[in-house]
Design a protein around this ligand. Structure first.
Ligand SMILES: [Zn+2]
Length: 290
């Protein structure tokens, strides 16, 4: 699943290519339209496919930004601002091409769910193999309250204190630290890969209760999360299974991961262990992490 660095990579690649352009036509896939007919909000959320296509037509793309693991696109039509929010889900990917056949990997070509024809003649395409991605058109962010509950950006000055304060709440202090740092209301954009790595780097066991870790260790953990997110952004994210940057490009951070998906601890050679925490597989070293 794409995490913050991967989404940042998509935003950085997408923004210079689409900002300032206007959407002339929009087409959603038959899969999306059929699912909506059966009452399932497949990919397009809170709006009928027909209405989505109609409303998106004529929108000018003003700015592409990242917020946590979301892509925020500021749009404008008839002097009215709109916010288009995209979550990549498990396998969402964007392509900018002249023609669908330029999408080299067949699995992405076969799962195109939204095609936006731009004023320059290019096609902006959203492909999603597993269909957990989201496209949501809003007038303002308030229309979708979960977006307002997101923790501050991890690089914000207030983010560390925000994290420490949340750890003191009854809701979090008895939970495993890994589950807490992966909660988007505590830290923005730290998913399984980077949570696993950061805990290994600071030697904290993923199941340790958040309230039973000293302030010093929690600060070290938070700083490690910031560091690893930045390191990954610089390397274009981690390409694991079906995540891609735009136009199918791969990142390089996966080669630097030390614990995620590993069978042997690179520090002490012990066999790693894994357990399920907060519904996700957590790999850790039983000797190095306490
Ligand atoms: Zn070890």
């Amino acid at each position: 699943m794409p995490e913050l660095p991967e989404v940042e990579g998509v935003v950085r690649a997408l923004s210079p290519k689409i900002e300032g352009k206007t959407i002339l036509e929009v087409a959603l896939s038959k899969t999306v339209c059929d699912a909506h007919q059966q009452g399932k909000q497949c990919i397009v959320k809170n709006m009928e496919p027909r209405e989505f296509e109609e409303q998106m037509r004529g929108m000018t793309i003003k700015k592409v930004l990242r917020r946590a693991k979301y892509i925020f696109i500021d749009l404008e039509k008839n002097n009215t601002p709109y916010l288009f929010v995209n979550h990549l889900g498990m396998t969402g990917a964007w392509f900018i091409v002249q023609n669908e056949n330029e999408i080299l990997e067949e699995k992405f070509r076969n799962h195109i769910h939204a095609t936006f024809q731009l004023s320059t003649g290019e096609l902006l395409i959203f492909s999603d193999i597993r269909r957990f991605g989201e496209l949501r058109l809003l007038n303002t962010i308030d229309e979708h309250p979960p977006l307002l509950q997101m923790a501050p950006e991890p690089f914000d000055e207030i983010a560390l204190n925000y994290f420490l304060e949340k750890c003191e709440l009854t809701k979090y202090k008895n939970k495993p630290i890994k589950e807490v740092i992966m909660d988007g209301q505590v830290i923005s954009g730290c998913g399984n890969i980077y949570a696993t790595e950061a805990l290994f780097r600071v030697g904290i066991h993923p199941a340790r209760k958040a309230g039973r870790i000293s302030i010093m260790r929690k600060i070290a953990l938070f700083e490690e999360i910031q560091k690893i997110l930045l390191e990954s952004i610089e390397r274009g994210g981690s390409t694991i299974s079906d995540y891609r940057n735009i136009n199918g490009e791969a990142g390089g951070m996966q080669h630097r991961l030390k614990m995620y998906g590993k069978k042997v601890c690179p520090a002490c050679n012990a066999s790693t262990k894994s357990m399920i925490i907060g519904g996700r597989t957590s790999v850790y070293c039983p000797k190095c992490q306490r």
